[in-house]
Design a protein around this ligand. Structure first.
Ligand code: NAD
Length: 264
C-alpha cells in the first residue's frame, strides 16, 4: 500500500461484482488511502455491491441509473450533503442491447443507437458537469474505453461508435475543465472477462486473439487497470489530461499477427 490518495475522496460508478473493472480500480484507490463512495444500478445489484463497498471501508452506496437525469442529480445531492467537496470520479459504465453486439453494425436500430450513446457517452458528460461543481480544489475524472473506438473489432459494432464519441468527449471535457485544475482522461483496457463483456459475441475468441498477438503475449487484469487508474487519478498524473491511456498489453500497436503466434 501507499499514500498516493491520502485525504482524497471520490466516487466509483459501475461496480456490478468482483469481476468489474470498477472493482480493480476501487481496490487500488483504497489501498492508496482514498475514501470511496459507490453508485450501482438497480436494487438487484445491491446485495452483491454492498459487501464489496464495505470491504473497502465505504459507507456511501447510492442507487443511480445514469439514463435518468433525476437519479444522477440525486446521487450528487447525496455526495454534496455527505462530503461537500469531491476529488475524483471513476465512470466504468457502458451498455448496449446485446442482440446488436453481434452481426453487422450497419443493422443497428435507431432506438439502440440512441440508448447506447446516452448510457455509454452522455452519462459521462452529465457526471463530469456535476462532479466539477464539487471539485473546488481541482480534481480528476476517468472513464473506460476500448480499442473498438479506433479500429473495427468483431461484434463491437455500435459500442465502438459510442466509445469513439466517448474518447472525443474526454478531450472536450479536458479543455472545458482544465482551467479549473480538473483533469479528464480515459483508460483503453484490453479485453477482460466481466458481466458487460459476456454480452459481446465471440468474446472468448477475442480474448484468445489478444493473448496470442499482444506484445506482452497475455491479457491484462482488473488490477493492472487499477494501477493505471491510480496514476491518472493521483498526483502522479498531474500533467496528463485529455488522454486515452492504453492498458492492453500493447495490443493497439500491433499491425500484423506475429509470425511466432500460433493459429487459433
Ligand atoms: P461490468 O458489467 O462489471 O460493468 C458495467 C457497469 O455498467 C455495471 O456495473 C452496470 O450496472 C453499469 N451500467 C449499465 N447501464 C447503467 C445505467 N443505465 N446506469 C448505471 N449503471 C449502468 O463490466 P466492465 O467490463 O467492468 O465495464 C466497465 C467499463 O469498462 C465499461 O465502460 C466497458 O465498456 C469498459 N471496458 C470493458 C472492457 C472489457 O473487456 N471488460 C474493455 C474495455 C473497456
Amino acid at each position: 500500500s501507499n499514500n498516493l490518495m491520502a485525504g482524497k475522496r471520490g466516487l466509483i460508478m459501475g461496480l456490478a461484482n468482483d469481476k468489474s473493472i470498477a472493482w480493480g480500480i476501487a481496490k487500488a484507490l483504497a489501498d492508496a488511502g482514498a475514501e470511496l463512495a459507490f453508485s450501482y444500478q438497480g436494487d438487484a445489484l445491491k446485495k452483491r455491491v454492498a459487501p464489496l463497498a464495505e470491504q473497502l471501508g465505504s459507507d456511501i452506496l447510492v442507487d443511480c441509473d445514469v439514463a435518468d437525469e433525476a437519479s444522477v442529480d440525486a446521487l450528487f445531492d447525496t455526495l454534496k450533503a455527505k462530503w461537500g467537496k469531491l476529488d475524483f470520479v471513476v465512470h466504468a459504465i457502458g451498455f448496449s442491447d446485446k442482440n446488436e453486439l453481434r452481426g453487422r453494425y450497419v443493422d443497428t436500430s435507431r432506438n439502440n443507437f440512441t440508448m447506447t450513446m446516452d448510457i455509454s457517452v452522455y452519462s459521462f458528460t452529465a457526471v463530469c458537469a456535476r462532479a466539477a461543481a464539487m471539485m473546488t480544489e481541482g480534481g480528476s475524472l476517468l472513464t473506460l474505453t476500448y480499442y473498438g473506438a479506433e479500429q473495427v473489432m468483431p461484434h463491437y459494432n455500435v459500442m465502438g461508435v459510442a466509445k469513439a464519441a466517448l474518447e472525443a468527449s474526454v478531450k472536450y471535457i479536458a479543455e472545458d475543465l482544465g482551467k479549473d485544475g480538473i483533469r479528464c482522461n480515459a483508460i483503453s483496457a484490453g479485453p477482460i472477462k466481466t458481466l458487460a463483456a459476456s454480452g459481446i459475441g465471440d468474446f472468448r475468441y477475442i480474448m484468445k486473439w489478444n493473448e496470442l498477438n499482444s506484445p506482452l503475449r497475455r491479457n491484462v487484469t482488473q488490477e493492472e487497470v487499477g494501477k493505471a487508474a491510480l496514476y491518472l487519478l493521483s498526483d502522479l498524473g498531474s500533467g496528463t489530461t485529455g488522454e486515452t491511456l492504453h492498458v492492453d498489453a500493447g495490443y493497439h500497436v500491433v499491425g500484423m499477427k506475429a509470425v511466432d503466434a500460433p493459429d487459433i
